[in-house]
Write a protein that binds this ligand. Structure first.
Ligand SMILES: NC(=O)c1ccc[n+]([C@@H]2O[C@H](COP(=O)([O-])OP(=O)(O)OC[C@H]3O[C@@H](n4cnc5c(N)ncnc54)[C@H](OP(=O)(O)O)[C@@H]3O)[C@@H](O)[C@H]2O)c1
Length: 371
């Protein structure tokens, strides 16, 4: 029986995890649930599982310290998940990590702390879960290339002009039903850039050995090519309960609650090159990741604000990437050796991103962030 603490229990990933626990009452127990604002829903979950619940902006870290869990599912949104993730690692509790921003902004810090403490960080993102599954039993030195698949999001095939994209259009992902931040990130393909960085830290591989391929059917979740030329892939229906359950049950596997793939009914599977000119976010993330440090923190923070501003109607869809790029280039490049360094770079980038006025004649662009 594993005791699971869920950070972000009312969200999309959190709900998948609750379904998994409900389906396996003999394998999992809820040690506690955490959310920020949907208190009534959180209370209902707490009552159903007879477990404590913690609400509010800073509740997650407290929950990690005050509950007895064997595994913490980190499925909040954004950098607010960094402190609770580190708290879990410091307590020696296994981490099932969905919140990619933690590794995008502070991958080196988090993974070196996890290695030092001997704590596993198990991927939840479907692509990284796929790679992790293909890696079981493999020698890391025999892995040649990692290929992340991407559905391409709602705008891969059109419209030609993305400037008139509205929030409801960006939130309507063709394959996955996800929270608003990751849905918009998928529409800009910033999300796929984040996943490249996430893979870099989770699997300790250079950025140059991680590729991206568009696969609109979202059936192959990622591929691993070994030095002998063999490629392994993981295939499953596009349902987050599959990778969430694997992360919670690893290294074991448990029965699924739904049918596995029926290959003849799928027919053909498609793989295409990503369109770099239509989705400049991919190159922006890669280039920034080469620099790392404060600029990577700034990229993640600026993206959180840009998505918020787009969803509130304040900037256009096509202004998201320019906003983020401007904030990144205004950020003095430095190493981030501590959590305080991360938070300082994060705060500076957020205020810069809030002040960004863009190209619509609404004022200047961002001022340089002071060293
Ligand atoms: N959804 C997916 O399919 C998917 C796939 C791969 C990776 N991910 C990653 O998983 C993370 C979660 O995504 P999601 O789609 O599940 O998001 P979501 O539906 O927006 O849910 C976010 C959850 O986090 C809670 N939360 C937000 N800030 C918090 C804070 N400061 N303290 C405690 N709880 C907080 C929210 O509580 P309230 O509801 O009370 O606001 C909610 O329960 C993201 O980083 C995303 O990139 C998601």
């Amino acid at each position: 029986m594993k005791r699971v603490l869920i950070l972000g229990a009312t969200g999309s990933i959190g709900s998948s995890a609750i379904d998994v626990v409900r389906a396996h009452p003999g394998d999992f127990q809820i040690a506690g649930v955490v959310a920020r604002s949907r208190v009534a829903a959180l209370e209902r979950i707490g009552r159903e599982f007879n477990s404590p619940w913690f609400a509010g902006e800073d509740a997650a870290e407290r929950a990690v310290r005050e509950t007895d869990a064997d595994i913490v599912l980190v499925s909040m949104v954004g950098i607010s998940a960094l402190a609770p993730t580190l708290a879990a690692i410091d307590r020696g509790i296994a981490v099932a990590l969905a919140t990619k921003e933690v590794l995008v902004a502070a991958g080196e810090l988090v993974m070196s702390r996890a290695t030092e403490k001997g704590v596993p960080v198990i991927p939840v993102d479907s692509e990284h879960s796929a790679m992790f599954q293909c890696m079981q039993g493999a020698s890391p030195s025999r892995i040649g290339k990692l290929t992340l698949t991407a559905s391409g999001g709602p705008f891969y095939a059109g419209p030609a002009d993305l400037s008139s994209v509205t929030p409801p259009m960006a939130l309507a992902h063709p394959r996955w039903n996800m929270g608003p931040k990751v849905s918009v990130d998928s529409a800009t393909m910033m999300n796929k850039g984040f996943e490249v960085v996430e893979a870099r830290w989770l699997f300790n591989v250079p950025l140059t050995s991680i590729g991206v391929v568009i696969h609109p059917e979202s059936i192959v979740h990622s591929l691993l090519t070994f030095v002998d030329g063999s490629t392994l892939a993981q295939l499953a229906p596009p349902d987050m309960r599959v990778p969430v359950q694997y992360a919670l049950s690893w290294p074991d596997r448990l029965p699924a609650q739904r049918a596995a793939l029926d290959l003849p009914s799928l027919g053909a599977l498609t793989f295409l090159e990503p369109d770099a000119s239509r989705f400049p976010a991919l190159a922006l993330v890669r280039d920034t990741a080469e620099e790392g440090g404060t600029r990577m923190v700034a990229l993640s923070a600026a993206d959180e604000i840009a998505v918020e501003r787009f969803l509130s109607g304040d900037i256009a869809f096509t202004e998201i990437v320019p906003l983020v790029a401007d904030v990144v280039s205004a950020t003095p490049p430095r190493r981030c050796d501590s959590v305080d360094d991360v938070y300082a770079a994060d705060a500076a980038a957020r205020s810069s991103a809030r002040a960004w006025r863009g190209a619509k004649g609404r004022g200047g662009r961002v001022a340089a962030i002071r060293p």
